[in-house]
Ligand binder design. Sequence first.
Ligand code: NAD
Ligand code: AKB
Length: 314
Amino acid sequence: MPRETILVIGANGQIGTALLPQLQDQFGIDHVIAADLRKPSSDTGIFEVLDATKPDRLTDVVRRHRVTQIYHLAAILSAKGESDPIWAWNLNMQTLLNVLEVSRLHGIRKVFVPSSIAAFGEHAPKYDTPQTTPLDPATVYGISKVATENWSLYYHKRYGLDVRSLRYPGVISYQSMPGGGTTDYAVSIFHEAVQGRSFECFLAADTRLPMIYMDDVLRATLELMEAPESQISVRTSYNLAGVSFTPAELTAAIQTYFPNFVTQYKPDFRQAIAESWPKTIDDSVARQDWGWKPAFDLPRLTHEMITNLTTVYR
Ligand code: NAD
Ligand code: AKB
């Protein structure tokens, strides 16, 4: 079998920063190409400055490095997207279509493009949201994710492109700060707690949302990408669950380490976005198809975040 060369677009972001070392371990540091709008502050291996809205530049990178797989992580997330919806739509769709086209034309073997719980909206059941249900999202980000899922299915059916996808919940990690989403509070809260500060939360205390710890995200992504094609029955995007909690429950979990830690609640425009999303996710299709099972519950995730961030801020 030919050696794989992996291109990660949006590599400097929250997920790319954590995924890159895992891919380098799996495929070798010389076979993973990181790409983003700007160079990262530290050396992370082979890097290309790339604006993925530019098809010629993307094609050049794919050809020069003989890329065989693409992880497309560049996107504008839910809260940031609402500040300029047309810009967010154009960026999310243009980068996606460029990735799908370059993959079709240059024989890319596998493509990973994440979707999100933001694909769901008013008419999806809020608890145990099923794999197949109405998708009528309230944000431009969610609309772009529904379109992403449908374009992925189209390229698979029409051209046989092996595109795979997960509907990620809100991702919690210590490696970098999140990039403008509605679930970002669940990362920022740890940074404040570990530095001995109180936290002002932009969601109400009882706002339950599906979340997932980064280690589970990385394992789910790599397990999906390694699964035999015959086991992949969903070509839009798989529901994926980690753990669901409210800001009040997360605060209580943090208080087991820092009893004086306090959260104040000042909901803003992101409250309406959060209320349009599921509270818990049914990921039974992912479990059946390729054996998905999350490992991080709220106590374990809290322990990992506090332990790792304590080292960062020491
Ligand atoms: P992020 O905002 O942290 O990172 C996105 C990266 O893309 C940034 O480094 C940015 O510079 C880069 N980028 C933006 N425009 C670009 C362009 N034109 N060309 C090249 N690079 C560009 O996002 P993330 O949290 O790492 O998310 C990665 C993917 O996962 C996205 O598709 C996102 O929708 C999805 N997702 C993330 C979460 C989460 O909680 N982090 C949840 C659900 C889905
Ligand atoms: C966001 O809040 O926009 C992201 C997501 C759940 O897609 N974290």
